[in-house]
Design a protein around this ligand. Sequence first.
Ligand code: C5P
Length: 306
Amino acid sequence: MTCGYRGPGVRVRVPAKINLHLAVGPRRPDGYHELLTVFHAVSLFDTVTAVAAPALTLEVTGADAAVVPDGPQNLAWRAAEVLAEHHGRRPGVRLLVDKAIPMMAGLAGGSADAAAALVACDAVWQLHTPRPELVALAATLGSDVPFALTGGTAIGTGRGETLTPLMGSHLPLWWVLAIAAEGLSTPAVYAQFDRWVAPVSEADPLAAPTGLLRAIGTGDAKAVARELRNDLQAPSLALRRGLADTLAAGLDAGALGGLVSGSGPTCAFLTEDAASAGQVAERLGRAGVCRTTRVVTGPVTGASLC
Ligand code: C5P
């Protein structure tokens, strides 16, 4: 799919992600948690446009534009700096970030913009950075940035940055995203996870989720729904009590299954097909348990020129 951009510079489209499986291990000496996750890119897209310019500037439009930082705190800005540094050049670029992915939503919107900025700056500066180098730079920016480059469905290990793409079924899965009025801080949700010393109930919590991988391979939405898991869901619910109502409302509305996405507070509901997704979204909207809903499909490709 192309967005047919004809303006100056280059434009890159990048998807949000949800996690079909997020198993969290112990906190490591570097402060991160060892993970075994299954990332899934869905059709909610930000776009980043890069235009060659004498100096680095950034403008944000779209969802949450008023609160998204437009300076060095924005990961897209950091991405431009990191790529320029890697090539020993100045980061001369005007970045325009048009957001549809809400901020602090558990959908990796900031990471998506960083991945898109890497691809856009690489193209506008005509650097032709080899893919493995771009992925390595992405990992220095954040745990979810490499996945935003690749998209699709992939297993993430380490702190989430080491990826194994899953080929599996090409059947689209239909999801409804229930987006909350206020975001949640990822470090706060991990800190809440750490406050609970979970009883060791599994021999290896970071073992491969074989049931889920089989279900993805066959494209069986009902089986995928049965296998959804997120270890950050309970800490996220503890910090945002109303999310339990959102999850219950999605299931009441006819979803096959649902879970908090990443560190939340977005809830993702898997549905049977497009028609069912539309119904679930409509019923969730009426239930008043979220700010807004989006019907999306997955998997979709990662950051790409459009
Ligand atoms: O890698 P990123 O900067 O996106 O991570 C944001 C925060 O999420 C980290 O500072 C850390 O608190 C938490 N995190 C973690 N373990 C991970 C990934 C993220 O504790 N594997």
